[in-house]
Write a protein that binds this ligand. Structure first.
Ligand code: PLP
Length: 488
């Protein structure tokens, strides 16, 4: 920056600019700042005064001394303080229609799971204590029975996430051995999980077979050697190979594994206990089907279609699951007690799948009838059209600047599941005269709570599938705020 000489007006303003101590004293007398840590107030006061000094010295700005009243300065300090006191990690409103939105926290927990977290977190628990025998117990055993019961598997184990589950399983059964995988299944999941990379880090050696679109049983068969340690199937959860294709079923792989005395593992990714074809959706292979096919190890996520907390679930035959439990790396990937509390509650719902679909938010949002989404859309439109009386008139806003309509839209399952499925949904499209869709999107995103929507055809679009009824009022007040700010 070129240093300019300070002119007379600037020098007058600098003299009028109050010192940090003066404003701090005013703040101390103001009850608004009573519960705010001192350091936060000091930081805000310094920042506001530094900004004012900058504005005074900026020759391009016509600074007026009316900006220098204590009241105005304190009100800017208060804004900064409020911002600073808000947690970085906060609840947002998901108006994208993507149900398992990886960037927005994937699955929401069922009420019962939340209650169990609160209960367990607030007290001591039998996390690693066998109440029956009064001895040290294993945290894994807390969910092992329920996992076996609902999946049909012999044995089960849980870790931090599915990436960890795949890594730990490969490291346990196939370290320094070849793992045979179809070229059509070398998946990359968003955020850097790639089968070849995880394989390498686990110490296993990738042996690709077949082609991208077609892999046959004989491809696996021909690749088997004395170095082979595992046959691996990976569910192509976030894409689909269509057209001239061929893949080997898990059953066929298990038969080959039995013949060659090799274990077979399946990474299901987004595992589900629910047959989605019963709900007019694309069929996803279920966990029970994989177990019935006879795979030795099956891994899947806790927070994708399962609708629970972040976790990696490993089920299968006792001999392999026992080896996995004993791997020293299991400790580094271990699941924490709050997750276990939420996971157990979530899993218990699956004893009655119809109840699970109603109680687990991820499943509820995937299967919600279109008519219910339409009701929410109509409610939001009504609430938006009602704002002019009396709010609009009082604040001089013009309702005619706001235009709102309902349209059809497709929601997505997300979480790398059901990639080709368009879920018919309803959206509310919003435009405000004189404000671009981009700037509406940004204001909504920076709102408190943030509202995450999308832009289509130059309109701000909210998909009602993933918005709860209690959240509609926040959307309305955010829109009101945007219109007010515009007119000021
Ligand atoms: C999502 C996914 C993973 C990773 O699971 P996280 O729970 O995100 O760690 C691994 N494999 C497949 C096929 C997946 O879809």
């Amino acid at each position: 920056m070129v240093k300019n000489k300070i002119n007379e007006k600037q020098s007058k303003h600098l003299k009028l600019l109050p010192g940090v101590d003066h404003i701090l004293k005013k703040a101390r007398d103001n009850s608004l700042f009573n519960d705010i840590p001192k350091s936060v107030v000091i930081k805000a006061v310094r920042s506001v005064i530094a900004k004012l000094r900058e504005s005074i010295l900026d020759n391009n700005k016509n600074f007026s001394d009316s900006n220098l009243t204590d009241a105005l300065i304190l009100s800017d300090v208060e804004k900064l303080v409020q911002e600073d006191m808000r947690p970085n990690f906060k609840r947002v409103i998901n108006a994208t229609g993507v149900v398992v939105h990886t960037n927005l926290g994937r699955s929401l927990l069922a009420k019962e799971a939340l209650k169990n977290i609160v209960d367990i977190a607030g007290g001591y628990s039998n996390l690693e204590f066998d109440l029956l025998n009064g001895k040290r117990g294993s945290r894994y055993s807390l969910v092992e029975n329920i996992l076996c019961e609902i999946s049909g598997a012999e044995s089960a184990m849980v870790v931090n996430n599915n990436a960890g589950a795949v890594f730990l399983s490969l490291n346990t059964v196939a370290k320094q051995k070849e793992v045979i995988v179809s070229r059509g299944e070398l998946v990359e999941i968003g955020g850097s999980f790639r089968i070849p990379d995880v394989m390498e880090k686990s110490g296993a050696i990738l042996k690709e077979v077949g082609t991208t679109n077609r892999t046959h049983l004989k491809d696996y068969e021909n690749a088997i050697s004395e170095n082979t340690g595992l046959l691996l199937k990976v569910h192509t959860s976030n894409y689909s190979v269509i057209g001239f294709t061929a893949a080997v079923s898990l059953k066929e792989m298990v038969a080959l594994g039995n013949k060659s005395r090799l274990p077979v593992m399946e990474d299901l990714g987004s595992g589900t206990f629910i047959d989605f074809s019963k709900y007019n959706m694309t069929k996803e292979p279920t966990i029970q089907e994989s177990v019935a096919s006879g795979a030795d190890i099956i891994t899947f996520s806790g927070d994708k279609l399962l609708g629970g907390p972040q976790a990696g679930i490993i089920i299968g035959s006792k001999i392999f699951i026992n080896q996995i439990k004993q791997n020293p790396l299991a400790r580094a990937l271990r699941i924490d007690k709050l997750t276990l509390a939420a996971l157990e509650s979530t899993l218990r719902f699956y004893r009655e799948p119809e109840k699970a679909v109603k109680a687990i938010p991820t499943l509820r949002m995937l299967t919600i009838p279109l008519s219910d989404i339409k009701d929410k859309a109509e409610k939001l439109v009504k609430m938006l059209s009602d704002i002019d009386e009396p709010d609009f008139n009082k604040s001089g806003l013009n309702q005619s600047e706001l235009s709102v309509s309902i349209s059809n839209i497709s929601s997505r399952a997300g979480g790398g599941a059901l990639p080709l499925l368009d879920l018919p949904s309803k959206a509310v499209r919003i435009s405000i005269a004189g404000i671009s869709a981009n700037s509406i999107e940004k204001s909504m995103r920076l709102n408190n709570p943030p509202i995450i929507g999308r832009i289509e055809d130059d309109l701000f679009v909210l998909d009602l599938r993933t918005i709860h009824n209690e959240e509609l009022a926040f959307i309305v007040s955010a829109i009101k705020q945007i219109m007010k700010t515009k007119d000021n």
